[in-house]
Design a protein around this ligand. Structure first.
Ligand code: IDP
Ligand code: MG
Length: 149
């Protein structure tokens, strides 16, 4: 099973969207393997977004994701990476389709509610930043016999 790293960013937490986001993930048929709320450290945030270090928005991005509590999750399932990128919608909410999290709950790129890893390799890198191995559970769920052929 594939894993992906999901974050409900501080704006999502402040706007009371934790339940909504987790519901969408569970309803889709993906499994929560790890979940934690904390204020992300600046060090973790900079490591997480290091590909964007040269971009003009890097400073404000780090400030934003460390500005308050966020929810970190490891989400598991077949094709979890691609599915979660689709569940979240386009980076810029203006382009995000209705029915996606960003298309339903966001208006601006700098406040786009959620993060999802963009490849299985990024997912493993990001999971290692935010979770210890012992914090990621491994279990089978009863609905898997219905979800997978
Ligand atoms: P992603 O979150 O869909 O993977 P990325 O291009 O990797 O999008 O950008 C990471 C995050 O950086 C975005 O989700 C958004 O919060 C922020 N970001 C990206 N581009 C801009 C911008 O032009 N202005 C402000 N923030 C941005
Ligand atoms: Mg990205």
């Amino acid at each position: 099973m594939e894993q992906t790293y999901i974050m409900i960013k501080p704006d999502g937490v402040q706007r009371g969207l934790i339940g909504e986001v987790v519901s969408r993930i569970e309803n889709r048929g993906l499994k929560v393997a790890a979940m934690r709320m904390n204020v992300m450290s600046e060090e973790s945030a900079k490591e997480h977004y290091k590909e964007h270090v040269e971009r003009p928005f890097f400073g404000s991005l780090i400030e934003y994701v460390t500005s308050g509590p966020s929810v970190s999750m490891v989400i598991e399932g077949k094709n979890a990476v691609v599915i979660m990128r689709a569940v979240n919608g386009a980076t810029n909410p203006v382009e995000a389709l209705p029915g996606t999290i960003r298309g339903d709950f966001a208006v601006e790129t700098g406040r786009n509610v959620v993060h999802a890893s963009d490849s299985p390799e990024s997912a493993q890198r990001e999971i290692a930043i935010h979770f210890k191995e012992s914090e990621v559970t491994s279990y089978s769920k009863v609905d898997e016999v219905c979800l997978y052929e």
